[in-house]
Design a protein. Structure first.
Length: 296
């Protein structure tokens, strides 16, 4: 055979042999390029549905495998995020093995895999590939896991306060030591439940005495957890304390109106009498009046 024809043939045979070795190594569990490619193709075709899970840090999470007539013989768990993809556990009937970042944190059962002591860095996609004795094909389930912080009871601070007989003005701020949270304020009135008041961590209010029995509820939440705290207006505005005597603002406004009206009327009367007095001039003395009477 001509050497020029023999050299391309060697290259072709070497390429086929290399591909065969890679496929066989994948079957033995050493490499996962072929399985990753198959899973990505199934995902692109919409064959695998991604189940979204929101979980709390330091808590466990369970990934369940569907079974109809038989339990899986083995479950392979692959974890993938934006930067890497790796096999983290292999579950068989009498053996389970975990390694990498999930070492000693994965427990396998008949048709489920439990991951313990979650961390924020565990967020990613978990691929469970299961082999069933009663089925010819493997089943692949995808879970998109997002891990969030546990939220403690929020702290409510009084930042500003200014009281008048008719108004109580104050600013409240609600906070927790976490950045990835949202805040919502609701208000509870006397004869009704909580109603949405505003969003955001800060709240400014200006209330009259008839509203000083109300309370505000601050709620903090992320997609996996929520927490709340309340504050009573009676703790901020002293006139609403038990046993305190309060004067309705309507009464004070009415009194002020009548006082102003009385002052206006009094001033008008004084102006009228003053103008009459200056037009007539002062009265004549008594001696001058008697002399006029004696003159013929």
């Amino acid at each position: 055979m001509d050497f020029k024809l023999f050299q391309p043939l060697n290259v072709l045979l070497f390429s086929v042999a290399t591909n065969s070795i890679m496929a066989s190594s994948t079957m033995s569990g050493k490499r996962h390029e072929v399985s990753f490619l198959a899973e990505e193709q199934q995902m692109s075709r919409g064959k695998n549905h991604i189940t979204k899970i929101n979980a709390i840090a330091n808590e466990p999470i369970i990934f369940s495998v569907d079974f109809a007539t038989c339990f899986p013989e083995d479950i392979s768990v692959i974890w993938r995020n934006k930067n890497s993809s790796q096999q983290v556990a292999i579950c068989k009937e009498k053996m389970e093995r975990s390694h990498g970042r999930f070492l000693n944190r994965i427990q396998c059962k008949k048709n489920s895999v439990t991951l313990y002591n979650l961390t924020l860095n565990d967020s990613g996609t978990f691929i469970l590939s299961s082999t069933f004795p009663c089925k010819d094909e493997k089943e692949i389930k995808l879970f998109s896991l997002n891990v969030y912080e546990f939220l403690p009871v929020p702290h409510i601070e009084l930042e500003q306060k200014k009281n008048t007989p008719c108004w109580c003005n104050f600013t409240l701020r609600c906070w927790v030591p976490s950045l990835a949270v949202e805040y919502t304020w609701t208000k509870r009135e006397k004869n009704s439940g909580y109603k949405h008041y505003k969003n955001g961590s800060a709240l400014w209010a200006s209330l009259q005495p008839e509203s000083w029995h109300e309370e505000y509820l601050c709620s903090v939440y992320n997609p996996a957890h929520n927490s709340c705290a309340t504050i009573h207006v009676s703790d901020i505005c002293p006139l609403s304390a038990p046993g305190a005597v309060t004067i309705p603002c309507n009464f004070l406004v009415g009194v002020g109106f009548w006082l102003i009206l009385l002052m206006f009327v009094t001033g008008a009367i004084m102006v009228i009498f003053g103008s009459i007095f200056f037009k007539r001039g002062p009265p004549a003395p008594d001696n001058e009046m008697s002399m006029k009477n004696l003159t013929p």
